[in-house]
Design a protein around this ligand. Sequence first.
Ligand code: NSS
Length: 429
Amino acid sequence: MLIEDALNENCVDKSVELKGWVYRKRNVGGKIFIVLRDSSGIIQCVVDRGVVNEDSWRQAEEITRESSCIVEGVVRREPRAPGGYEVKVTRLKTIGLSAWFPIKGTEGVDYLLDHRHLWIRARKMQAIMKIKHTVLEAGREYFNRNGWWEVTPPILTGSACESGATQFEVNYFGQKAYLSQSAQLYLEALIYSLDRVWSLTPSFRAEKSRTRRHLAEYWHLEAEAAWYGMEDMMKVTEELVSYIVSRVLEEREKELKLLKRDTKILENTLETPYPRIKYDEAIEILQKKGVKISWGEDLGADEERVLTEEFDRPFFITHFPKEIKAFYMKLDPENPNLVLGFDMLAPEGYGEIIGGSVREDDYNVLYKRILEVGLNPKEYEWYLDLRKYGTVPHSGFGLGIERTVMWIAGLDHIRDAIPFPRFRERIYP
Ligand code: NSS
């Protein structure tokens, strides 16, 4: 039985068997109090010398923090115990006696990263991973219920999707290949077959520095659709994000509470449409607020944070200068210095969680853009082909799963949104 199920009025006076790990242990006046934990929660188990046999008592005496064990006992109401119930132990069996556990929880960031394989047992980490589970489940469900096809793009790729500067090179049987930065180019090919497609894959970015919101390996939820314009695709992202947040609010209340997440702003997120501002306006707002930035410059984490102060829900920035965006974005027919691109920013300082755009569907314009940004059209021959054989207006986007979890869970660093984070400095564990 899971601990969560034992913390229940129906179990009072009933015998239960629980399997878990020792979360805390103390001896008080001839009794040993063991707080047991499993994936579902914690429960206090009281081992009374007068009740259990000699063998169970000895095992309770010897058992250490983080040992695995099986506990049998009777559930009782106990308002002073976490959850309001406790187990009066009748039998305790140690399964895996733990050596001295090297984590108390007060250690520094790097120490905890070195011991990540053990730290992921922490209740905080459990809560975040459960929230992530629901984010992933809701994301998949949104697409599947709305008639999109799930596809499986490759991770080993021959050319850059985003900037070449953040590519991981791999030795592919003696040739150069790269780890995928985004499935986008392949999703674009797939829409000619399936109209509307989505994928959930790892993406890799050789980010130069360690920041609060960059990982070298992250999970990327991407979608691409034929015939969709900018507004159509922005609407998809709004519906997706509001659906994800609604599911987390419904199903992960306990975890949000454990993380002390203030859910007021998350509730605002349920209501769409989200506000939209153009890049021009974003620059004006920033300049008015005293931020030193001029038109044409990219918005970094600091600028985004200032902009989020203006909104109490996610919002879009659109129509960026083409120089700061990727080669595949369609030029704005009303002002070809701009692209039909959009970013969705999460409020409360979090910033960008989604990047998307209309794609350039004209062969000649795309060819020119590839040259302009210094890429080799030879490497993009297949991608250009898509504009040669039945080109179609289309759009797509990518949502960073960890960025989204970081915001929804209210984390101050992206590293905790993934069990084994990868940064430039380390890959251990
Ligand atoms: O670079 S993006 O803004 N856009 C793309 O990769 C498009 N090719 C996606 C598409 O249209 N199919 O990245 C998309 C999102 C971005 O908004 C972040 O939420 C996330 O991916 N992202 C990251 N998360 C964690 N760590 C890093 N380094 C990172 N880079 C992007």
